[in-house]
Design a protein. Structure first.
Length: 251
């Protein structure tokens, strides 16, 4: 699928973060966040899709000793596992049978096996959509940086989003200098050197958020240490900008 090119309105808002204000008082990031608020139930289901796939996979492989073991293997909280199990049981995907010493055994039903296959396909589809969205929005941000002649970019976060951002930077006309990550122990990530100290970054470098775990916290920390004009968070991260918060409080 051919990715859409950045339109003038999106570019204007990215330029606004880097340079001068635009007439529109509502930022593009704020618009995206507001627009998707009404879809929060659907978004919640999407966020649990990966965990549901992992749960059904563990149960189908007979690796489910109890909910605590499931939580550890899937990497989520015990409370979320409990909610997912109850939902799966209600849908007829999982059966629970009593086992010795007051424990329970979990079994995948025939319907569960069928649903697992469907959810895996849906998960892969959602993953591709996310990848395309993230790559396009990083490309849009880098294009805006290049347009304003701010071409030295520091990626802030050494996770998978940094890998996507490096792909988005190809052919845009910017320079990825390094990755800034306050917690990682890695010396390199996504083919770039990793720095842990903001003092090592040049004053004119643009900071682009690639932290997918706590993007709001990273954004706030960088803005406090530098300035809002130097920090960019793509819309899909749903970071709330300081000016938007003030507008909400005054409303």
């Amino acid at each position: 699928m051919q990715q859409p090119s950045i339109d003038s309105s999106k570019r204007a808002h990215y330029v606004h973060r880097l340079n001068t204000p635009v007439d529109d008082s509502v930022s593009y990031c704020y618009y995206i966040r507001k627009r998707t608020d009404k879809d929060s139930p659907r978004m919640a289901r999407d966020l649990n899709l990966a965990e549901t796939v992992k749960l059904l996979d563990q149960v189908s492989g007979q690796n489910a000793g109890n909910q605590r073991a499931l939580a550890q293997k899937i990497g989520i909280s015990l409370g979320l596992v409990n909610a997912l199990v109850h939902r799966a049981v209600k849908k007829g995907l999982i059966k629970i049978k009593g086992a010795p010493t007051r424990r329970y055994a979990y079994y995948l039903t025939l319907k569960g096996f069928s649903e697992k296959s469907r959810l895996v396909a849906e998960y892969l589809d959602h993953s591709l959509i996310f990848f395309r969205t993230a790559r396009q929005e990083y490309s849009d941000a880098f294009t805006a940086c290049s347009t304003t002649n701010r071409k030295r970019i520091v990626l802030c976060g050494a996770g998978e989003l940094a890998e996507i951002a490096t792909l988005a930077a190809n052919g845009v006309g910017i320079e990825l200098v390094c990755i800034l990550d306050f917690e990682t122990n890695h010396e390199r990530a996504a083919g770039l050197p990793v720095l842990r100290d903001l003092a090592s970054i040049r004053p004119g470098d643009i900071l682009v958020i690639t932290d997918g775990r706590t993007p709001q916290d990273v954004y706030d920390r960088l803005v406090d240490a530098t300035s809002p004009n130097r920090v960019i968070a793509p819309p899909f991260l749903r970071v709330t900008h300081r000016s938007d918060r003030l507008n909400e409080e005054d409303a």
